[in-house]
Write a protein that binds this ligand. Structure first.
Ligand SMILES: [Ca+2]
Ligand SMILES: [Ca+2]
Length: 388
């Protein structure tokens, strides 16, 4: 879906305003930050354009010093710094792009300033002309011009046509690298622990070994990486202040889901037989226990993508809420959960203003970085902040 002419005109105005207000020597620059809302108010949102002319930006992460890294699904890793933009040379990369799969999730090591480590999840062309999805650790050069592959942490995540490729990365506060995967439209993948598709996985970001706290960490084969299973296509991962891990995933024609993850939990997706998508997103007729979603879209779906928990302060009544970027829904969805993880309130913002929205990341200053996903090289990186 393309932005309308009116939308593009509005974007141009915003861009012009942004350029004017940040031009070197502009009177009064740098502008003072907007007033923060009181903790009892539901804030309005102020949106500014950080970058334009992007092409399906899939993930965005800050690396400090005002620099941002952006993955584009087509295979480029971009470095944004002020108004400058460069493409980071991923040395020796064989990114496989097809449909929903390409250069996807991005994570930055908590000790990046010392070790320069970043992590990607992407389609990969294997030596024999086949392909899979891989989690790779890179070292970003000091001049930011290139990144050298240090280690393939995990390979063999399934692919077929590129459909349902996942793949979101998150470094949890315990240090585990969490990987949210898609089922690759493979019937058996979500319910078998012998396949890495349709899972959340946890691994050691240094060695690529299974995380010691995983429910089957001593098993052989793919099972040792599995944290949760029975997912369709995990597109978002976030950790709440209480330490719990949450996923965001696409439903079929109904029931997108937000799930609170826990060791060994089955979230109930089994498209059987022949990738029949008529079963419910959480099929309780499967053996054993299936865990219900904490939020579900019902019908129709909104095609949620990235999700992030907002900081505990600074966002008024939205503080601590989960924010989700919706592709099909073309909005931000703020979900407030109580301390037990029960849904209390949902609020929709920015509906239809920027087209499809994909990534949502909390920046170090507590604002949100949001990417659009309209294609044709016309995508935006937005900064969203709360105002009174
Ligand atoms: Ca489910
Ligand atoms: Ca059951």
């Amino acid at each position: 879906m393309r932005p309308t002419a009116a939308l593009r005109a509005a974007i141009a105005v915003v861009l012009a305003a942004t350029v004017l207000s940040t031009a070197p020597g502009a009177e009064g620059a740098p502008s003072s930050p907007p007033p923060r809302p009181s903790e009892r108010a539901v804030p309005a949102l102020k949106v500014t354009v950080v970058a334009d002319e992007l092409d399906i930006p899939w993930d965005v992460q800050a690396i400090g010093g005002g620099r941002l890294l952006v993955t584009e699904r087509g295979g480029d890793l971009l470095l944004l710094h002020g108004t400058t933009r460069t493409t980071v040379d991923l040395v020796g990369a064989r990114i496989w792009t097809s449909g929903e799969t390409g250069l996807l999730g991005l994570a930055v090591d908590p000790r990046f300033t010392k070790n320069r480590r970043i992590y990607t999840c992407s389609g990969w062309e294997t030596a024999g002309g086949a392909h899979d999805i891989r989690v790779i650790r890179w070292r970003l050069a000091d001049d930011h011009a290139s990144a050298r592959r240090q280690r393939t942490l995990l390979k063999g995540l399934p692919t077929t046509t590129g459909r349902h490729g996942g793949c979101r990365l998150l470094i949890a506060r315990n240090g585990a690298l969490v990987v949210g995967t898609g089922d690759a439209a493979i019937t058996k993948a979500p319910q078998t622990l012998r396949n890495l598709g349709g899972k959340s996985l946890r691994l050691d970001r240094r060695t690529g070994e299974a995380w010691p706290g995983n429910p089957w960490s001593r098993a052989s084969g793919p099972k040792r990486y599995v944290f949760t299973y029975g997912h369709r296509n995990v597109q978002g991962l976030s950790q709440r202040a209480d330490g719990t891990l949450w996923s965001v995933e696409h439903g079929t024609y109904r029931d997108d889901e937000v799930n609170r993850l826990g060791p060994g939990r089955n979230f109930g997706w089994q498209p059987d037989p022949g990738y029949d998508e008529s079963p419910p997103m959480t099929d309780h007729s499967l053996p054993g226990r299936q865990w219900n979603a904490r939020w579900s879209s019902g019908e129709p779906t909104i095609a949620p993508s990235g999700g992030a928990f907002l900081p505990a302060r600074g966002w008024g009544r939205l503080s601590g809420a989960m924010v989700i970027a919706a592709l099909r829904g073309e909005h931000l969805l703020f979900l407030t959960f109580d301390e037990k993880g029960r849904l209390v309130r949902e609020r929709v913002r920015l509906r239809g203003q920027y087209g499809r929205l994909r990534a949502v990341t909390v920046a170090p200053n507590g604002t949100l970085l949001v990417t659009t996903s309209n294609g044709s090289g016309a995508d935006l990186l937005l900064r969203v902040r709360p105002v009174r």
